[in-house]
Design a binder for this molecule. Structure first.
Ligand code: NAD
Length: 244
């Protein structure tokens, strides 16, 4: 299904990023697994089917590292990746009255600016090479509904969605699509530390009455990455068990 395609996945050492790498590799894509924690990206590469994959360390919020990484990829594969999945993300939760400027900036820098830097660099290379592509960005249901203790994270995720819609409009003429996935509460290291009280609150609100698995998000990312979604751009898909 994805034979001959190169997929670049950020946050590839984390729950959703790793599950995405696994599913795309199973569909015969070559995977570039990137993470600021390169050990976890290498672990991801180690469990993938097929060959021709590589792990790289990038802090997505650092423009120079992003630039160098793309040069390194093109040197290795002689073509830019045509599938980009921006799955790197962080939380630094606190209530508004206690939230520090540092934690506000950090979350916006990784979640929003990181998505911008990777998307821009990928698009520049695709346009130069005259190749089509598909970009999948990860927002969150809290980017729609807000959440107590997450005004930094929620606003970063709302911005990721409108960023993606704008990119879709600009890049359509180059046959580069850009869509957003909005996961609900997914069991990964990001949600591991959520207090039981908050987990119970979310659980009670989810119509399907369970938390999601990273593989369930990866299935939708695979759809948006592939030609099965060739007429889909600028849209957002909830993967949230019905919670909006
Ligand atoms: P995770 O913590 O398991 O994975 C996130 C990965 O991003 C980690 O491997 C981490 O090392 C990496 N990362 C963090 N900062 C980085 C940086 N500056 N540069 C490069 N990599 C960096 O979390 P996850 O649940 O797999 O989250 C994946 C994406 O899905 C995130 O954008 C997250 O906000 C989003 N999301 C998750 C949930 C959920 O319930 N788990 C819900 C909605 C959205």
């Amino acid at each position: 299904m994805l034979a001959g395609k190169i997929a670049f996945v950020t946050g590839a050492g984390g729950g959703i990023g790793r599950a995405t790498c696994q599913l795309l590799a199973k569909a015969n894509a070559k995977i570039i697994a990137s993470d600021c924690n390169v050990t976890s990206a290498k672990e991801t590469i180690g469990i993938l089917e097929g060959n021709g994959h590589m792990a790289i360390r990038i802090d997505v919020s650092n423009g120079k590292e992003v630039n160098d990484a793309f040069n390194n990829i093109i040197e290795n594969y002689h073509t830019p990746p045509s599938i980009i999945v921006n799955a790197a993300g962080i939380i630094r939760d606190n209530f508004l009255l206690n939230l520090t400027e540092e934690d506000f900036d950090k979350v916006l820098n990784v979640n929003l600016k990181g998505t911008f830097l990777i998307t821009q660099k990928a698009c520049q290379h695709l346009v130069d090479a005259g190749k089509p592509g598909s970009i999948v960005n990860i927002s969150s249901i809290v980017g729609k509904r807000g959440n107590r203790g997450q005004c930094n994270y929620a606003s970063s995720k709302a911005a990721v969605e409108t960023f993606s819609k704008s990119v879709a409009q600009e890049m359509a003429r180059y046959n580069i699509r850009c869509n957003t996935v909005l996961p609900g509460f997914i069991s990964t290291s990001m949600t591991e530390g959520v207090p039981d009280k908050v987990k119970d609150m979310f659980h009670s609100l989810i119509p399907l009455k369970r938390f999601g698995k990273p593989e369930e998000v990866a299935e939708v990312i695979k759809f948006l990455s592939s030609d099965a979604s060739s007429y889909v751009t600028g849209t957002s898909i909830f993967v949230s068990g019905g919670l909006e």
